[in-house]
Ligand binder design. Structure first.
Ligand SMILES: NC(=O)c1ccc[n+]([C@@H]2O[C@H](COP(=O)([O-])OP(=O)(O)OC[C@H]3O[C@@H](n4cnc5c(N)ncnc54)[C@H](OP(=O)(O)O)[C@@H]3O)[C@@H](O)[C@H]2O)c1
Length: 190
């Protein structure tokens, strides 16, 4: 049984941050207010193509503030220490201490073809292991100067093939890339 494929769908500031240092996404919510009603920037189409969400513990803790809970799909929270799952989410949210490869293999064996991979540290961990298959990154028009980065250090360059690129009049720019694999280039300056 093949492993589940991992697709990322995430928003960043122009300087590449997904959240402030304290996890805040107030800037994203503020800019999201510019998005006209009925425009979801491809979210519904993306979600229709995945069967589960794999989320970092820190993203989960932030998502708990959303009321109502926004996800209809099963959510697996990756955490290496305990996470409290509220009673209302029992049966919809599970916690896993598996390593990325093992988790995708288990989900693949359970019939999950594609997961939505969410959380900066998680995206970085999966990228380092060559386990990200597709990336959709929506850049929103703000510079934050500091915060939590989407991308980080890699053991080798990762080549991407651009599948789609869109820009909206409210200033959001979305690129969708397929990960074509490590280039084999480890970079003298790395
Ligand atoms: N801009 C956006 O579209 C967007 C999207 C999603 C999230 N966010 C924001 O981003 C923030 C969360 O992202 P984040 O990068 O800080 O954290 P994250 O990736 O959501 O979570 C990191 C945590 O995941 C757990 N984990 C389990 N296995 C791991 C592994 N192999 N590698 C790395 N971590 C692993 C660790 O928890 P333990 O310490 O328990 O082991 C780690 O601390 C939140 O503020 C959220 O609101 C923004």
């Amino acid at each position: 049984m093949p492993r589940a494929r991992a697709h990322v769908f995430i928003a960043t500031s122009v300087d590449g941050f997904i959240a402030r240092d304290d996890g805040g996404i107030d800037w994203l919510l503020r800019l999201h207010a510019r998005v006209p009603e009925g425009e979801d920037c491809g979210y519904a189409a993306f979600i229709a193509g995945v069967q589960a969400i794999v989320m970092g513990r820190r993203s989960f803790e932030q998502a708990l503030a959303f009321d109502p809970w926004p996800y209809a799909l099963p959510v697996v929270v990756m955490a290496r220490r305990g996470v409290a799952v509220p009673d209302a989410l029992q049966g919809r949210v599970s916690v896993s201490a598996d390593a990325p490869q093992g988790l995708l293999e288990r989900l693949g064996a359970e019939g999950v073809a594609r997961v939505y991979l969410d959380g900066g540290q998680l995206v970085q961990a999966f990228l380092r292991e060559g386990l990200v298959d597709e990336l959709t990154v929506t850049t929103v028009p703000v510079l934050l100067g500091r915060g939590r980065s989407l991308f980080g250090e890699l053991p080798a360059d990762v080549d991407l093939e651009l599948l789609d690129s869109r820009a909206w009049p409210f200033g959001f720019v979305q690129n969708r890339w397929r990960v074509t694999g490590p280039s084999g280039e480890s970079g003298a300056s790395r």
